[in-house]
Design a protein around this ligand. Structure first.
Ligand code: GAR
Length: 186
C-alpha cells in the first residue's frame, strides 16, 4: 500500500474525498499525514475525525520558510511518504521541500492553466468573463502553478457567481483528484 501526504489550508473537501477513496480501497494507498499551515482550518478537524495524523503550524512561528520546511521534510521522511498531494495549500512550496520531494508533488488548481495561475483563480476568471472554466492537476516545480500538466477538465458556465463556479468545480475536483492519484500510483 502506498503512502500519501496531503497539504491543505482550508475546508478540506479534497482531503476528505481522497481519504474516503483510500478507505474504501479505490486508491491503493493510505493518507499518513496532513500538513496544514492554518491551525484553525476546518481540514484540521476533519483529519482528527478521520484519524489522520496532522502537523498544523503557523509560518509566523518560524524565522524562515526553510526552517518549517525542514521540519516537514523530516516528518515526511519518517512516515515514508511517496507522493504529496497539495489540496488547497495556499503557500508556495520552497526549495527545501522541492529538493527533497521534487517530482513527487502534485497540485490541483481551479482553472485551465496556464490561464489564471495563483490565488483567486475562479474570481479572476469570472471577472474576466470567460465562458469555459476548468480544473488542472499538475506537477509542482519552482514556478507558480507552471509545472507539467497531468490532467485537465473543462466545463461551461455563463454567469457571474464565483460561488457557483466553485461548487461546480469542486464536484469535478473530487473525482478527478482520486482518478489522477490512482493513475500516478500505477
Ligand atoms: C480547491 O478548489 C483547489 O482547487 C483550490 O483550493 C480549493 C481547496 O478546497 N486550490 C487553489 O486555489 C490552489 N491555487 P478544499 O479545501 O475544499 O479541498
Amino acid at each position: 500500500m502506498h503512502k500519501l501526504a496531503l497539504f491543505a489550508s482550508g475546508k478540506g473537501s479534497n482531503f476528505e474525498a481522497i481519504v474516503a477513496a483510500c478507505n474504501r480501497g479505490e486508491i491503493d494507498a493510505q493518507v499518513v499525514l496532513l500538513i496544514c499551515d492554518k491551525p484553525q482550518a476546518e481540514v484540521v478537524r476533519k483529519a482528527e475525525r478521520l484519524g489522520v495524523e496532522c502537523f498544523a503550524f503557523s509560518a509566523k512561528d518560524y524565522a524562515t520558510k526553510e526552517e518549517y520546511e525542514r521540519q516537514i521534510v523530516h516528518l515526511l521522511d519518517s512516515k515514508g511518504v511517496e507522493l504529496i498531494c497539495l489540496a488547497g495549500y495556499m503557500r508556495i512550496v520552497g526549495s527545501v521541500l522541492l529538493e527533497a520531494y521534487g517530482g513527487r508533488i502534485i497540485n490541483i488548481h481551479p482553472s485551465l492553466l496556464p490561464a489564471f495561475a495563483g490565488a483567486r483563480a475562479v474570481e479572476k476568471a469570472v471577472e474576466y468573463g470567460v465562458k469555459v472554466f476548468g480544473i488542472t492537476i499538475h506537477w509542482v516545480d519552482d514556478t507558480l502553478d507552471g509545472g507539467k500538466i497531468i490532467a485537465q477538465r473543462a466545463f461551461e458556465y455563463d454567469g457571474n457567481d464565483p460561488e457557483e463556479v466553485h461548487r461546480i468545480g469542486q464536484q469535478i475536483e473530487h473525482k478527478m483528484y482520486v482518478e489522477t492519484i490512482k493513475k500516478i500510483l500505477k
